[in-house]
Design a protein. Structure first.
Length: 438
């Protein structure tokens, strides 16, 4: 039975060592590049969340042999390209899945129809259709370039594309299409975004160059199956770490966290707020930096987050806003209009949710300001999450250290990115449990 709601109750300190689930961005890419490559790709540490499982299913539909061997251990046997799928490709809740797969599929002379859940069907796909169209792909989409849409690829040609929004998904879609474009592609990136696609393309044997913020993928790249060790997801590690920072007496270590500088904006910001956050055992793994991150409960103060830090922490503003609610003073988060087109309008939902918990929040068109008092907020609220996993987890973390419990609806959506969230948090001592409807 699916619980109608989940409740977090304030309790004692959190303590322990846990492993973050596999990085979602890297997990999608490992499956997609594995399917595009020739030969076998062995993956360990794959995130087995709903979003990534949809991508695995999609890769099967495009002709790859995708097999699960045990927890996080998968192989993908690629055929060096995609063949026409029989049915509709349903990417569920995943913007990363659908946008990257559309880019990859556009390179082949096949037709494919894509759809997703109610949240994904509202999200803008024009941002990838625009460059793919410039390269020669064709499509028919629902109003406003939304899902469901049918894409017809093949015969792509070179473009030099300047990203109009700082989006790793758009960059990746263009690069993946570029693998099969005459003349390759060049992407101009005004603001650096996560570079996992570039790194992984190299690991699969492709020559990708970067020059003054441009990413150049020359024509004629061949991908060969390889081994991918997926590091822990910093976007998921953020929840137990912030929970420890705000819950008196806590000390929590999350092991094996990806520390790519294009993903660690939250950690940097938390340190500026006075967080006792330390990294131990730094190491390299499959071309990425990882380490064990320890958080100890800390007195936090409000800060102004530099807007140019947004791409390196775009998914972390909801949980940062929770940390800000416990901090003393104002935390100003601006230049984050992109948050409004994520799984939900995350600025609006965080503002509403925090207000319901008694926090002083000011919403702006492209950001928000949270005013903390240095004391735990009241809590005692039922939160509508609009089916957004990060909105749900953020408010549950708040409930662990608020004055009174916090309940969230649609808790099953947490499994899109962090299927073991409840168990992991309970293992650390958190009082989080299924409850009656919100
Ligand atoms: C992702 C990029 C980000 C992020 C998403 C994952 C990726 O989106 O929000 O969760 O894996 O490339 P944008 O690139 O659209 O900002």
């Amino acid at each position: 039975m699916i619980a109608a709601a989940m409740t977090a109750r304030p309790g004692g300190p959190l303590a322990g060592r846990v492993r973050a689930p596999g990085d979602k961005s890297i997990s999608h890419r490992a499956l997609i590049l594995g399917a595009l490559a020739t030969g076998v790709t062995e993956i360990e540490g794959l995130l087995e969340g709903e979003d990534v499982l949809r991508t695995a299913e999609a890769m099967r539909a495009f002709g790859a042999d995708v097999v699960r061997h045990g927890e996080g251990r998968w192989t993908v046997t690629g055929r060096g390209g995609f063949s026409a799928p029989d049915g509709v490709i349903d990417c569920g809740n995943s913007g990363t899945g659908v946008r990257l797969i559309m880019g990859a599929a556009a390179g082949f002379p096949i037709k494919a129809t894509f759809t997703g859940d109610a949240s994904l069907r509202k999200r803008p796909m024009n941002r990838v259709l625009e460059p793919l169209g410039q390269m020669g792909a064709r499509w028919e989409a629902a109003e406003g370039g939304r899902l469901p849409l049918t894409l017809k690829g093949g015969n792509l040609h070179h473009i030099r594309y300047r990203l109009p929004v700082a989006s790793a998904q758009v960059k990746s879609a263009v690069l993946l299409a570029g693998l099969n474009a005459e003349g390759g592609v060049e992407v101009e990136e005004p603001e650096a975004t996560r570079d996992h696609t570039e790194r992984m393309l190299r690991a699969f044997g492709a020559a990708v160059h970067t020059k003054d913020g441009d990413i150049i993928l020359p024509a004629g790249q061949k991908l060969t199956g390889t081994h991918v060790a997926v590091p822990g997801d910093p976007s998921s590690a953020a929840f137990p770490l912030v929970a420890a920072l705000i819950t008196p007496g806590s000390e929590v270590t999350v092991e094996g966290v990806l520390l790519n500088a294009l993903r660690t904006g939250l950690f940097e910001t938390l340190k500026e707020m006075g967080a006792d956050l330390t990294v131990s055992n730094p190491r390299a793994s499959s071309g990425e930096h990882v380490g064990d991150v320890t958080a100890r409960c800390s007195a936090l103060k409000g800060v102004v987050v530099p807007p140019d830090r947004a791409p390196s922490m775009i998914d972390e503003y909801p949980i940062l806003a929770v940390a800000a609610a416990f901090a003393d003073g104002e935390t100003v988060m601006r230049g984050i209009g992109e948050m409004r087109v994520k799984e939900s309008d995350r600025i609006a939902l965080m503002a509403r949710g925090l207000e319901a918990c008694g926090v002083d929040v000011e919403e702006e068109p492209e950001g928000f300001i949270v005013r903390g008092t240095g004391k735990p907020p009241r809590g005692a609220a039922s939160i509508e999450t609009a089916g957004d996993h990060r909105i749900a987890m953020s408010h549950l973390v708040l409930g662990l250290a608020a004055e009174a419990p916090v309940k969230v609806d649609e808790p099953e959506m947490i499994a899109t990115s962090f299927p073991g969230f409840g168990d992991m948090m309970r293992g650390l001592g958190a009082d989080i449990s299924a409850s009656e409807g919100a």
